[in-house]
Design a protein around this ligand. Structure first.
Ligand code: C2E
Ligand code: MG
Ligand code: MG
Length: 722
């Protein structure tokens, strides 16, 4: 067989088996490989002595070269059997080529089959061994995670318990044992549902638990209280999770418990502090308010409610003279006496300072609450021993008793408070029963008084200006600043409604300061617009303001701030401001005088001064009260005119300018002019008006035509009596 024939055979062989086994080589490499085998085949076939091992080895090599597909062997053997005998050519003597090829095919097949079997055994073995290895690894991993979980369970700083679905505890970690004071042994005797109930558990706790063990939820979290083995209480943050089996059915439950008792104690303490007065341990204002809220939140029906509002009489004196420690002891004693009178039945609260309240729920009528108030009055009056002092203290009590349907918490408290003031007013050491009619006007006065400062802040006040005109030619010289309150509920209120209240409460100081600043700002505006011809502003000062130590510096600063010459400002004081303290106001007046502001004595004729006394005062003007104008109104005002004339002469002798107030008619104007009055103020010229109208008036008016009333329109002031 020539080399070319061998090559051709190898090529045909390759063609026959290509694609029958998965061998990742190209056809050329395959042909080359098969050429080698072909050569060995020819050698084995033509050998003098047939050696079956050669044929077997070729079969083995085919398997080793991965020619292991089922078709490969069949195609190979068919090709060799059919074509090789014809190609062998001259065989050695005594050798039957066809017979040799048949032997060769048989031995090749045997070698091939044997090698194939060996190989699959090897493969199976490898798979088996890999399986073994994998199982061993999985077992090791499981053991490791089990150990990790165990460590976690035992070392955890949080209590962990495991129970079956009936609630029988099956395991508890050391922390849980420590938290509850049970051993593991004892724990496993307990049942979650039977032994872990706390009487104060909300029903929802056990409803949620039921949902979990029935598999309707996978976990829940809540704060829950338990008893420890020694009977003490423990608060926990509890998280319970349901563990399911592979089929998803509930299997057991795991509970994580964190001890939060400390946090709870702190929370309870804070809550207590939020609702109690630290000194007396009574309920504080917050708690009283909330209790009243609850009473009024429930359906009113026929229920009635009572409230006693107490204020100790003269407590400030005790505090100021004997010190706060004694004051505190006294308050504590009073608190315990009130608690003694009321027992558990009624809520006693301290509203602040020396004010206490008693809330009486579901009263039978006024008599019930009045009786309680009398009892309290008697209890408080008993002498109190504090250290070396034996104190006797009394209290004033405002008592309100009403149907719940008729009132609300705020009104109830306010009515009791105001009624208490009534008790003070009536002589202290007594209780007064609330009277609705009296209360309404008191409430209004009280409301105004109590809200005034906030109203100044909110800008509810405004100033009107009333012209002061020269009587000779009606020229506009200045304006008087008159304050008004645009009240959100009561409309525009004139000063007679609130100046008195402001003086009583002391807010006149802030209000007066605001008016001064406002009026001076306006004076600046006029100064900028009209120069030297601008009107001066005349501002009323309440007696109380004269006692303010900062008055003079305050006024100086306001003038500076607005860059005003002091003579642009006049201050009106009433005789009342100058009575009483002989030296105080006088010194202030002197200082103001030195500052350069002009000072007018307002409403002269309504007080007790006599003119010669005026010499002592650093005054510039005298304003005759409106009552003189009324006197001059009569058809034959001879007497009054003579009095006024004398006053004017005297005032002029003291170098005072005289202004007549309340000029409403031309006749009055004429009379005042005749007696030599200098300046006039009144509706005949113009009523108090907004600054812009004064502006317009100033522009329209010339000294020749004077002030014309028609130029003015104004806001109506509510004159309703209080
Ligand atoms: P007053 O200082 O004597 O002010 C004059 C009062 O007479 C003003 O009353 C004014 O509206 C009123 N009036 C003006 N023209 C006529 C008239 O032709 N006929 C009549 N019958 N009355 C006239 P108003 O504004 O009600 O002020 C009353 C009092 O309130 C003032 O009397 C003054 O004492 C006080 N007042 C006003 N504003 C202030 C203020 O800012 N501070 C202080 N402390 N008191 C003020
Ligand atoms: Mg005045
Ligand atoms: Mg006046």
């Amino acid at each position: 067989m020539t080399y070319g024939e061998q090559e051709e055979f190898a090529r045909r062989w390759a063609e026959a088996i290509v694609g029958t086994s998965y061998v990742p080589i190209g056809r050329r490499v395959l042909t080359k490989h098969l050429l080698g085998l072909t050569r060995r085949l020819v050698e084995a076939a033509l050998a003098v002595e047939f050696v079956p091992a050669l044929g077997r080895q070729i079969g083995v090599d085919m398997v080793a070269a991965h020619f292991t597909g089922t078709e490969t062997l069949r195609e190979t053997l068919a090709l060799i059997a059919e074509e090789l005998p014809g190609l062998l050519g001259s065989a050695p003597p005594g050798v039957d080529a066809a017979g040799r090829v048949a032997q060769l095919v048989a031995s090749m097949a045997a070698g091939y089959a044997g090698a194939l079997r060996e190989r699959s055994l090897d493969e199976q073995d490898a798979i088996y061994r890999a399986g073994l290895r994998a199982r061993r690894q999985a077992e090791q991993a499981l053991a490791a995670s089990e150990a990790k979980f165990r460590a976690m369970f035992t070392e955890a700083a949080i209590g962990i318990g495991i129970a079956d679905l009936d609630g029988n505890i099956t395991d508890a970690n050391p922390e849980l044992q420590r938290m509850f004071g049970y051993t593991l042994e004892e724990f496993t005797q307990l049942n979650v549902v039977r032994s872990m109930i706390h009487p104060d558990d909300a029903p929802s706790v056990w409803e949620t638990y039921g949902e979990l063990v029935r598999g309707e939820r996978d976990h829940f979290r809540m704060e829950k209280r338990y008893y420890r083995s020694d009977g003490s209480e423990i608060w926990t943050q509890l998280t319970v999770s349901l563990v399911r089996d592979e089929a998803g059915a509930p299997a057991y439950q795991v509970a994580l418990l964190q001890d939060i008792s400390e946090r709870h104690r702190l929370q309870e303490k804070l809550e207590y502090q939020a609702y109690h007065d630290p000194l007396t341990a009574l309920a504080n204002r917050q708690m009283v308010t909330e209790r009243l809220g609850k009473i009024f939140a429930a359906p009113a029906g026929q229920r009635r409610v009572g409230l006693c509002f107490l204020d100790l009489d003269g407590f400030k004196v005790v505090n100021d003279s004997l010190g706060h420690d004694v004051g505190d002891q006294l308050l504590k004693t009073v608190a315990s006496r009130l608690t003694r009178c009321c027992g558990e039945e009624h809520l006693v609260g301290r509203m602040g300072g020396d004010e206490f309240v008693i809330v009486v729920e579901d009263t039978g009528g006024k008599a019930d609450v009045a009786a309680l108030a009398d009892e309290v009055l008697a209890a408080v009056v008993e002498p109190v021993r504090v250290g070396d002092h034996e104190l006797s203290v009394t209290t004033s009590i405002g008592v309100v008793e009403q149907a719940v349907a008729e009132t609300n918490p705020e009104d109830l408290l306010q009515a009791a408070d105001i009624t208490m003031y009534q008790a003070k007013h009536n002589g202290k050491a007594r209780c007064v029963m609330y009277d609705r009619n009296r209360n309404d006007s008191e409430v209004r006065r009280f409301t105004l008084s109590a809200t005034m400062l906030a109203a100044v802040e909110r800008g509810e006040f405004f100033v009107e200006y009333q012209p002061l005109a020269a009587l000779a030619d009606r020229a506009l010289l200045g304006v008087e600043a008159l304050v008004r309150w645009r009240h959100p509920r009561f409309g525009v209120l004139g000063p007679e409604r609130f100046v008195g209240l402001a003086a009583e409460s002391g807010s006149i100081v802030q209000l007066g300061h605001w008016v001064l600043a406002r009026a001076c700002q306006q004076a600046r505006v006029w100064r900028d617009a009209f120069g030297d011809a601008a009107p001066f502003v005349s501002v009323n000062l309440a007696p109380r303001q004269l006692h303010e130590p900062t008055l003079v510096t305050d006024i100086g600063k306001i003038l500076d701030d607005n860059q005003l010459h002091p003579s642009s400002l006049h201050l009106e004081l009433t005789e009342q401001a100058l009575i009483g303290d002989e030296t105080g106001p006088l010194t202030v007046l002197t200082k103001l005088h030195r500052l350069g502001v002009r000072i007018a004595l307002d409403d002269f004729g309504t007080g007790y001064w006599n003119l010669p006394d005026l010499r002592r005062l650093p005054l510039h003007e005298l304003k005759l009260a409106g009552s003189f104008a009324v006197g001059l109104q009569s058809p034959c005002p001879v007497v009054d005119q003579r009095i006024v004339a004398a006053l004017v002469d005297l005032a002029h002798a003291l170098e005072l300018t005289v202004t007549a107030e309340g000029i409403e008619t031309p006749a009055q104007l004429e009379h005042f002019r005749e007696v030599g009055c200098d300046v006039g103020q009144g509706s005949l010229f113009a009523p108090p008006s907004a600054a812009e109208q004064i502006d317009a008036l100033f522009r329209a008016a010339s000294p020749l035509c004077g002030i014309r009333r028609e130029d003015i329109s104004r806001e109506d002031i509510s004159r309703e009596a209080l």
